[in-house]
Ligand binder design. Structure first.
Ligand code: ATP
Ligand code: ZN
Length: 225
């Protein structure tokens, strides 16, 4: 494979981070047009390509050096790091900065009729989650035994469906929890979107472009504060 000198940045294809990720790059002067059918969008005015993928794939692509940069939620990054560390795989990335969007928290929640007085109340519960590693770390820190119910989607309906006793899921306003008859008990991780870089970028011209992009991102975010 020939090594291209273009920088590759992975962003979420469609979801809560995609609009703001694209907008941030546009505000930094990157000119591009996204074709919904296409994985890659080439910038017209600089050697930079956008790779549009599932957010879950972004940390791994950066850790493996497939892309140079990525914009992803800290929740997804941390989960992937714990997963890879458990498997003895390379989990190193350079977190360049936290961004100013994508705020959410990973929380434990139980049905309204369940009484809660401290994490001990969760003892031996079956907990539905898409974040098994972050959940395990928290429960181990608290010294509480629990059982997993791994779900990639529909986590919030698991208790009502009789699949789990509680959940560990992302929350921003709490409206989804409320709509499903659940209430938040413990916040286990607070998250924002962040910009990460592979530690495999070696080309000085590429690094110079990344530095330029970083200083523009700093400027855009400072102006929005
Ligand atoms: P994909 O198809 O890319 O896998 P997804 O369904 O996993 O998408 P989204 O729901 O679009 O992901 O969320 C992407 C990220 O947005 C989350 O990982 C998180 O960092 C952030 N986020 C902010 N608020 C929320 C929220 N209320 N619920 C879920 N994610 C949120
Ligand atoms: Zn995802």
């Amino acid at each position: 494979m020939t090594t291209s000198k273009r920088i590759r940045i992975a962003i979420q294809k469609s979801g809560r981070l995609s609009k703001e990720s694209q907008q941030l790059l546009k505000l930094c002067g990157v000119k591009f047009n996204v074709n919904e059918q296409r994985l890659i969008a080439h910038a017209d005015n600089m050697p930079l390509d956008l790779l549009r993928v599932r957010d879950d794939d972004i940390p791994g692509l950066v850790m493996d050096g497939v892309v140079d940069l990525g914009i992803v939620g800290e929740n997804v990054l941390e989960e992937e790091q714990l997963e890879r560390e458990a498997l003895g795989k390379n989990a190193e990335v350079n977190k360049l900065r936290q961004l100013d969007f994508g705020a959410c928290r990973l929380s434990l929640a139980v049905p309204n009729e369940v009484e809660y007085d401290g994490p001990q109340s969760l003892q031996n519960m079956r907990l539905a989650t898409s974040y098994p590693n972050l959940l395990r770390r928290y429960m181990n820190q608290q010294g509480i035994a629990y059982r997993d119910c791994m779900l990639k989607g529909s986590v919030e309906v698991a208790p009502r469906a009789g699949l789990a006793d509680g959940i560990c899921d992302l929350v921003s306003t709490g409206a989804t929890l409320e709509a499903n008859g659940l209430y938040e008990t413990d916040v286990i991780f607070r998250s924002m979107a962040c910009l990460i870089q592979s530690n495999q970028t070696q080309d000085p011209a590429q690094q110079a472009l990344i530095n330029k992009l970083m200083s523009r991102i700093n400027g855009v975010i400072r102006a929005r504060e």
